[in-house]
Structures are given as C-alpha cells and as structure tokens.
Design a protein around this ligand. Structure first.
Ligand code: PBG
Length: 305
C-alpha cells in the first residue's frame, strides 16, 4: 500500500501572545509568529480555508512561578484562545498542550521538590496538570495533550475530566517524548529553557526503544485516546513499532529543529516542497495517522495545487 499524505493528517501548532493585534516573529522558526488571540482567529480562518481542521495551542506564562499557576488561570491565554476559536469555528478541532515548562520560573515541565535540583514532585505535578487540562476542557478544548512526561499524568487527567463531566474531552498523550536536541527553537518560542539542569530525568533516553514502547502502552492503559511520538524523524522506528503494537491513533511531532533545519537548507521553494513532502511521507509510511508540523499551511497549499 502506498502512503500518501493528506491535509486531514496535519496538525498546525500555534504560539500565543498577549495583547491585541500582536504578531511577533519567532527568530528560530522562520515564518512562524507568536499571535495575539485576535490575530490567531484571522490565521485560523486562512488555515480552515486551506482544509486544515486541527490546531495545537501553546501558551506562555506572564507571571512565572514555582508552581506554574498561570497555566490553569481560567482567563489565561490558552483558555481565551480556545473560547475564541470555538465561538467562530466550531469545526476546528482544538488540541491544547498541557505542560508547565512555559509557566514555571525554573522552566521545568513539573513541580520540583527543591529549588535548585531537578527532582520532580510527581504527585503535585499530576494534580496541577489535571487542573490545567480541566481549565482547557472548560474553555472548550476537544483534546488535551499532556507533555510533561509525569508518571500517571494521563490517568489523573482522565479521572479529573470525568469527575467534572468532561467525559468526551479526549486525551492525546505525548507518550514517547525523547530527551532530544531538536527542541531548541521551540524553547525560544515559549521561553521555556530550563534555568538549571536538563530534562533527562523525565524525558526518554534516545537509545531506549523498549522504554518508549512501554510508555506508549502505559498511556493506552491509562485511557489515552491517541498517543504521540516526538520528535519524528530520528524515531521512525519507534513509530513503526508502536503502530503494530498499539491499537490507537498515532501522532508524530515533526518538531521545531526538524523544521528549522529544512528552512536553513532549502534554497528554493521548489526544493522545500519536494523535501517536506518526502519527510512527511516517511512519517506517514512509518505508521503515523496524524503529523504535527510547522509546515502544515505550506503543505496544504502544495497538496491543493
Ligand atoms: C514541553 C514541550 C517541548 C516541545 C513541545 N512541548 C519540548 C521541550 O521543551 O522539552 C517541543 C516542540 C518542538 O520542538 O517543536 N512541554
């Protein structure tokens, strides 16, 4: 069977910004901007006209603190953005990233046990992630996507959503999230680089395929409705293996440095088109049902032409 990429396979990430009529280019991600909610709505109009129906939203904390409390503010950026999209465009499937790294003063994805060492307080982390997910569900998110790699995060979020009546809000687990060198541009975009230490204590070691598959299976057992592998290109083997072992839709995140490398290399639009289609086809061929990519708009245009 031949793999063919389609616009409906694509998920476009968006970075949010406070204020009005605000559009701030992200240097490390050529062509991608941080958008205020009004500009996001304008952009989504274009995206929708191109046939893309799935978006992934990333916010950023204004007042960063040790517990990332801005992340579950009912009037936070993500919450406002979800509401605004759902008022205008009910058919857009809104996925929200549920994590703490853009909201904590130390830049880690969880609550820490001490102020200068990376030891995750898993209990408080998953309780907080569940609060964030609930606030996104209340705003109208269709899917919440926990990306903190905290143990039992999917289970805790599922329980909290169900208890509050959000039984139809779905969970996309960032199940196999590797401790990767391909996230740099993203961290610039949301200002989430760790202030000390690194994420190797909670993200997966890139040499450990077995653990990755186990994490995916665990998320499936905890109630995830879809699972993600991230990044995509160095992990096509994991995508392939997961697609034969897990009976859930599979998403792959073609991450920020994968995008930036393509932008740096491609000296002509024609080369970029051919190269990106080759890359995305490889991800689909490996077994991904959904591909999260900063190239989504361009791809939709190319597929249409
Ligand atoms: C963490 C998170 C990361 C990305 C999305 N959410 C990685 C990280 O900083 O460890 C990376 C996405 C990309 O590089 O495009 N919550």
């Amino acid at each position: 069977m031949k793999s063919k990429i389609s616009t409906k396979d694509l998920v476009l990430p968006f970075f949010l910004n406070a204020g009005e009529n605000n559009k701030e280019p992200i240097k490390s991600l050529p062509g991608i901007n941080r958008l205020s909610v009004d500009n996001l709505i304008e952009d989504i109009k274009e995206v929708r006209n191109l046939g893309i129906n799935k978006v992934l939203l990333f916010g950023m904390g204004k007042n960063k603190d040790l517990s990332g409390s801005d992340a579950f503010n009912e009037n936070g950026l993500v919450q406002q953005a979800v509401k605004a999209i759902k008022v205008q465009y009910k058919d857009i499937i809104v996925i929200t990233d549920v994590c703490l790294c853009a909201y904590t003063s130390h830049g880690h994805c969880g609550i820490l046990k001490s102020s200068n060492e990376v030891i995750i307080d898993n209990f408080n982390t998953i309780k907080t992630l569940a609060k964030i997910a609930l606030s996104h569900a209340r705003a109208g998110a269709d899917w919440v996507a926990p990306s903190a790699m905290a143990k039992k995060q999917v289970l805790e979020i599922r329980k909290t959503l169900d208890k509050n009546g959000y039984t139809s809000t779905k969970i996309l687990g960032y199940s196999a999230k590797f401790c990767s060198n391909f996230y740099g541009p993203f961290r610039e975009a949301v200002n989430s680089s760790p202030k000390f230490g690194d994420r190797s204590g909670y993200q997966l070691n890139f040499s450990d395929a077995k653990k990755a598959i186990k994490e995916i299976q665990d998320d499936a057992k905890e109630g995830a409705d879809a699972v993600m592998i991230k990044p995509a290109l160095c992990y096509l083997d994991i995508i392939k293996e997961a697609s034969s072992k897990v009976n859930l839709p599979l998403a792959a995140y073609n991450v920020s440095a994968e995008y930036a490398m393509v932008k740096a290399y491609c000296h002509s639009p024609d080369l970029e088109k051919k190269l990106v289609l080759e890359i995305l086809t490889s991800i689909k061929r490996a077994g991904a049902d959904l591909i999260i990519t900063y190239h989504a708009k361009e791809v939709a245009k190319w597929l249409r032409a």
